[in-house]
Design a protein around this ligand. Structure first.
Ligand code: URA
Length: 209
């Protein structure tokens, strides 16, 4: 079974609580998501491969380690993944970016793909899939399934919030994909929303409701 990394750092939890509040403005929701994504990037990149480069300090030449950002791909599940993507890119600016367009069929709650664009040489890259909410797990499962066709070196999944149903579904479908999240909430409701959750992440981020 894949590992679930619960990121319970006080800064992460504080910002998440501010985002959950229904009074948070679109502006502050977006800013907080961006800040949270930077903090989560710190955790998800903890075991990233590094390479040595030669540099010159003001004192002498030396060799020192840097992250090979080009080997990393952030894959954003549209549209809500965009908010996490921006924050992650601000701390790993060399990363490549892929997009998967999926929408939830409102009746069946299954994921329907409408867009898929990835960098080249995916088989040489580590992939971090980002989507703020792991709810039914249908979108995450479909996204990972599609990405596996390209045989990347590894796949991780990062979300802000999930619930026991979402974790169980993704783990059952993809036991090799670790999940990084700031919280595991109580449950899903009948419409596939997380309780207590934070509402519709896309609508809150883009002010579309
Ligand atoms: N997507 C959201 O934006 N919110 C939820 O609670 C579940 C899925």
């Amino acid at each position: 079974m894949s590992k679930v990394h619960l990121i319970d750092h006080p800064l992460v939890q504080h910002k998440l609580t501010l985002m959950r509040n229904k009074e948070a403005s679109t502006n502050s929701f977006r800013r907080l998501l961006n800040e949270l994504a930077m903090l989560m990037a710190y955790e998800v990149t903890r075991d990233m491969a590094m390479q040595e480069v030669e540099i010159e300090t003001p004192m002498e030449k030396t060799r020192a380690r840097v992250i090979d950002g080009k080997k990393l791909v952030f894959v954003s599940i549209l549209r809500a993944g965009t908010g996490i993507l921006d924050g992650m890119l601000s701390v790993v600016p060399g990363a490549r970016v892929g997009h998967i367009g999926l929408y939830r069929d409102p009746k069946t709650l299954t994921a329907v793909e409408y867009y898929f664009k990835m960098p080249q040489d995916m088989h040489e890259r580590d992939v971090v899939v980002v989507d703020p909410m792991l709810a039914t797990g249908n979108s995450a499962i479909a996204a990972v399934e599609r990405l596996k066709e390209l045989r990347p070196k590894s796949i991780k999944f990062v979300c802000l919030l999930t619930c026991p149903e979402g974790v169980a579904a993704l783990q059952a479908a993809h036991p090799d994909v670790p999940i990084y999240t700031a919280a595991i909430d109580r449950q899903l409701n009948d419409h596939g929303y997380i309780l207590p959750g934070l509402g519709d992440a896309g609508d809150r981020m883009f002010g579309t409701k």
